[in-house]
Every structure is written in C-alpha cells, then in structure tokens.
Design a protein around this ligand. Structure first.
Ligand SMILES: NC(=O)c1ccc[n+]([C@@H]2O[C@H](COP(=O)([O-])OP(=O)(O)OC[C@H]3O[C@@H](n4cnc5c(N)ncnc54)[C@H](OP(=O)(O)O)[C@@H]3O)[C@@H](O)[C@H]2O)c1
Length: 334
C-alpha cells in the first residue's frame, strides 16, 4: 500500500468546478477502531458536484472542502472493533467528500457491502435511490398514468423511466441526441423527445391533451416552466434539480405566481432532496438491487473512459455539456 494518496478539494467557492477544485496529496490515514480504510475503485460524477463547489450544499461548509460523494471500493484495512468487514470486501459509500479521493476512511456502519465494486452498484445509491424514492414516496406513483422524465437518459433519469414503466405507466422522456432517443426506446420509454429537434411543449400539447400526471424534473429553466404548464388535473411535479442553471446561477424571472397554474388543476410541485429520506434508503436499495439482479432493471454506465483523479475535471465538464448516457463514473487505477 502507498504511504500517500490524492484527493480533490475545493479551495474557493464557485460553481465553476475547474476553478474551485485542486488536487492535494496527503498521508494515508489509519482507520479508527470503528472505521475502515477503503481503496476507491470508482467515483460517481454528479450534476450537483458544481453545487458542492459553490458551497450550496451545506451552509456552514468550510474551505478546503473535500469533493465527490458516492464511491465503490475495496476495504484495505479495518479498525480493531470492525468485525463484519474484512480486507478485500467490496463496499459502496455515499458521504459528502468521500468520492473524489483514491482512499477514504469511513465508519464501517456507513458502508454498504456489495458482492463486487462495480459502477452499476455504485449508481444505485444516489441516482437509483433518488428516482425510486421520489417517484414512490413523494410522487405517489400509481399505474396507468402518464409520467414525464426530463434528462431521461442521464444518471438518475434512466432509472426513473424504467421504474415508471415497471409500475405500469406510459412514459415520456426528454433528451438531446438521437443516440439517447435510442437508449430510451431500448428501456421502454413510450415517447422519447429529442428537444434539439422537437419542441417539448408542442409535443405535450398535441399528443397529451389531458396533461401529464407525474413529472420527474431535473433540468429546470424553461423546461421546468413547460412542465408546470403541462400538468394534468391532480398532476404532481417532482422538482429534483435544475442542472441547466447550476453553472451560471438561477435566473430571476418575473411572471404570475405559480398558484395561478396549480390551483385550477389541483396540481402540486414537490421538492425532493435525497438526504431527507434516509428512512427509506434500505428498502429502496434492496428493491433496486433485486430488480437489477432479476434483469428487470437495466443500469447504464456511460462508456467514456475517465481514469484517475486528474480526469475528474474533464468528467464534470463532459456531464455539464450533456454528453453522458446513463451514469458517469471516474475510475481510479489499481
Ligand atoms: N434532489 C436530489 O436529491 C437529487 C439527487 C440526484 C440527482 N439530482 C438532480 O437530478 C438531475 C440529474 O442529475 P444527474 O447527476 O443524474 O446527472 P445526469 O442526468 O447524468 O447528467 C445531466 C444531464 O442533464 C441534461 N441536461 C439538460 N439540459 C442541460 C443543461 N442545460 N446543462 C447540462 N445538462 C443538461 C443532459 O442530458 P440531456 O440534455 O440529453 O437531457 C445531461 O446529460 C440534476 O438536476 C441533479 O441535481 C437530484
């Protein structure tokens, strides 16, 4: 084992990831009695990485701030009181600051043991959980409804599409390329919309006159407005993010207040932030892993090869240019 390891830290607060982040090298720590030392193999790249570097995640965040969230890795050492994990075990972690680093020390109780440390397993703990918990616990997802997913071919979107289909719904998904349209069709999306070639509002108005019952919305900006306008009576819009505004900051808009859109339809907008739903993590993780093992749920990982801590800067940009299909990960060399 090496004596030192590298990690990414933010040294200034800005949503421009490349300006905020810096690689630092430090000594490998020893795990405390209830901790494990993990050699990370894969780290998830998330749209929200730029919110973390902007200091929007935790109001009291201090610099330098460790970056990255979920990682899949192998236990390299265990504290003396850790009895149920051994060296060589594969684990997933999901802690703010625990992702973009070659090694991580984590409380053993905060790890999820998995058969193998794969990008697919990694993607379940945030991307999959957000979709599953938002749709079921917040969105009251039913069956025979019309469900719209934005950024549908992305990390969390492709889970939402499949979970809505598995539940027995008609699913519409927005994306930006014909390759993504193909991916969406392959996972059962009934009406993929490439928003570069079709106008989303026009498609919804023409083909879905009764409106959309449930919307999983993570893009924000004008697409969010279109979605609010397209809600059906009793429609629910799950606002999970607004990636289109993360880098430049939220636009100030002036229009009628949102109740004028919602009340006439008894519709609602429901914000969702995954850390507020910890009590549901275990049940939904088990369900997602079961669906994946059965082959009912396909987990897509983007095939771009980002390797090593230095590649994270490019990986974050790649995601924010809208290039990724499925979950984007960075691999750390053995
Ligand atoms: N609330 C929560 O707890 C929670 C948890 C996880 C994720 N999220 C949110 O879910 C959304 C998706 O996150 P993710 O990490 O899974 O990312 P992702 O979907 O894998 O990647 C982002 C995707 O957004 C789409 N996009 C549309 N307009 C964009 C724009 N103007 N700029 C950049 N991307 C744009 C792009 O695909 P297309 O353009 O092809 O659609 C891009 O591939 C984000 O808003 C994120 O914050 C929220």
């Amino acid at each position: 084992m090496a004596d030192t390891y590298k990690k990414l830290v933010a040294t200034t607060f800005t949503p421009q990831f490349g300006e905020a982040a810096e690689i630092v090298e430090e000594e490998l720590p020893d795990p405390a009695s209830n901790e494990v030392l993990i050699k990370n193999k894969y780290a998830a790249v998330n749209a929200t990485d730029v919110n973390i570097t902007a200091g929007r995640y935790e109001p009291d965040a201090e610099l330098p701030l460790d970056l990255g969230v979920e990682a899949a890795g192998i236990v390299a050492d265990t504290g003396e009181d850790v009895s149920y994990l051994d060296r060589g075990d594969a684990v997933i972690t999901s802690t703010l600051g625990g992702g973009y680093r070659e090694y991580n020390v984590e409380r053993a109780g905060n790890t999820i043991q998995v058969p193998t440390a794969t990008p697919e397993a990694l993607s379940i703990v945030v991307s999959g959980l957000t979709a599953s918990i938002a749709l079921e616990e917040v969105g009251e997802m039913s069956q025979d409804e019309t469900v719209l997913v934005t950024a549908a071919a992305g990390g969390t979107g492709h889970y939402a599409v499949q979970l809505a289909k598995i539940a027995g719904n008609h699913v519409i998904g927005t994306c930006s390329t014909d390759e993504k349209v193909e991916l969406l069709s392959s996972i059962g999306c009934d009406r993929p919309i490439n928003y570069e070639t079709e106008e989303v509002g026009a498609v919804l108005a023409t083909e879905y006159e009764d409106g959309i019952d449930l919307i999983y919305e993570g893009v924000g900006g004008p697409l969010f407005d279109t979605c609010v306008g397209a809600l059906a009576q009793h429609g629910r819009l799950l606002s999970i993010g607004y990636v289109s505004e993360y880098q430049e900051g939220p636009e100030t808009v002036s229009r009628e207040r949102v109740y004028t859109s919602l009340i006439p339809k008894s519709a609602s907008i429901r914000g969702v932030f995954l850390p507020h739903f910890r009590e549901h993590f275990s049940a939904h993780t088990k369900k997602l892993m079961r669906l994946q093992q059965e082959g009912t749920l396909e987990v897509f990982v983007d095939d771009a090869q980002f390797e090593g801590i230095e590649s994270i800067f490019d990986a974050v940009e790649y995601l924010h240019r809208g290039n990724n299909q499925g979950k984007l990960v960075v691999r750390f060399p053995d």
